[in-house]
Design a protein around this ligand. Sequence first.
Ligand SMILES: NC(=O)c1ccc[n+]([C@@H]2O[C@H](COP(=O)([O-])OP(=O)(O)OC[C@H]3O[C@@H](n4cnc5c(N)ncnc54)[C@H](OP(=O)(O)O)[C@@H]3O)[C@@H](O)[C@H]2O)c1
Length: 328
Amino acid sequence: MKYQALELQLDDTQVTPTFIEQELPQLAADQVTVKVAYSDINYKDALTLNSRSGVLRQYPQVPGVDAAGTVIASTSANFKVDQKVLLIGFDLGISWPGGYAEYITVPAKWLVALPENLSLQEAMWYGTAGFTAALSVRALLKYDFPLDAPLLVTGATGGVGGWATAFLHQLGYTDLTVVSRNPAASDYLHELGATNIVTPDELADARHKPLQKQKFVGVVDAVGGDLLAEILPQVSYSGIVALSGNAGGNKLATTTLPFILRGIRLQGIDSVSYPAAKRVAVWQQLATDFKPDNRALLHHAIIDFNELPTTLAEFMNKKHQGRTLVSL
Ligand SMILES: NC(=O)c1ccc[n+]([C@@H]2O[C@H](COP(=O)([O-])OP(=O)(O)OC[C@H]3O[C@@H](n4cnc5c(N)ncnc54)[C@H](OP(=O)(O)O)[C@@H]3O)[C@@H](O)[C@H]2O)c1
């Protein structure tokens, strides 16, 4: 059977998205073919259009690191035809044909059965961003902070930071400062659960002292770079920063002082290779106690497959809020 996929083709340094027709492959052992209902756009997906970003090592490639849909064929005892499933990360859309296609054929061990109380659309509304936010919030929850503990979230107009803000609000946290460079997003961020909004400049200490007033016990950071360097000196004694992103760069210029004098922790968060066996529990939380009553407030746009090349190309430069889903 033939189906449509969006393929990225490389000519010198120029990457061009092109719709192609593909034939469904024969299933190998423990593989599953899924009819994709929704995919989405993550920061990483947008980077695939930049051949110098290093996200893709080879072109041509069908991108799309997330997909959710219905099983149409399976050689795995764990997944049956007509079952609804979701997949984020692993090699999907990086070195394996990705979710920007009407069908994907993938190793069964990458798939998660769609939890009850979650639709395919909601699964991709979360996608890699929501999953990463959940891992970050889980990292904070290990420290049993009281509900009025001062917390900080960066990149909150985006996917990871937006979901982290919504999850923390849902869990009852009442002192949520978020960082945004966009003053126009203030109402949106308050609706998501932010109680205080600051710009990166307002957060920064002009003297860049290595130890500053202890302001935040827990931080979800999706930006990294210079902003993280400003945050670390403001983390309270024994506090934790769950770092997932590098939207602000991947270099970190800091000192050891907050670590050795305040015992703070910097925990890296990785969604891509997060063990398959542990994913079910995270998705279960996303379908239950993390699932925000106010999730409709986290902006999402749903685009058609044929709009994807344009939307993907604009993703980095055009201001967007929340999540962008792709309907297949
Ligand atoms: N570790 C993992 O497994 C994992 C998984 C998912 C994503 N990520 C990473 O997490 C980051 C966020 O991903 P996303 O999908 O949420 O992206 P996104 O939707 O584009 O959101 C990123 C947000 O970060 C803020 N931002 C961007 N550049 C900035 C800068 N130079 N300084 C300060 N703030 C900046 C923007 O907010 P304002 O415009 O409001 O300031 C933007 O809304 C990316 O670096 C992505 O690669 C990592």
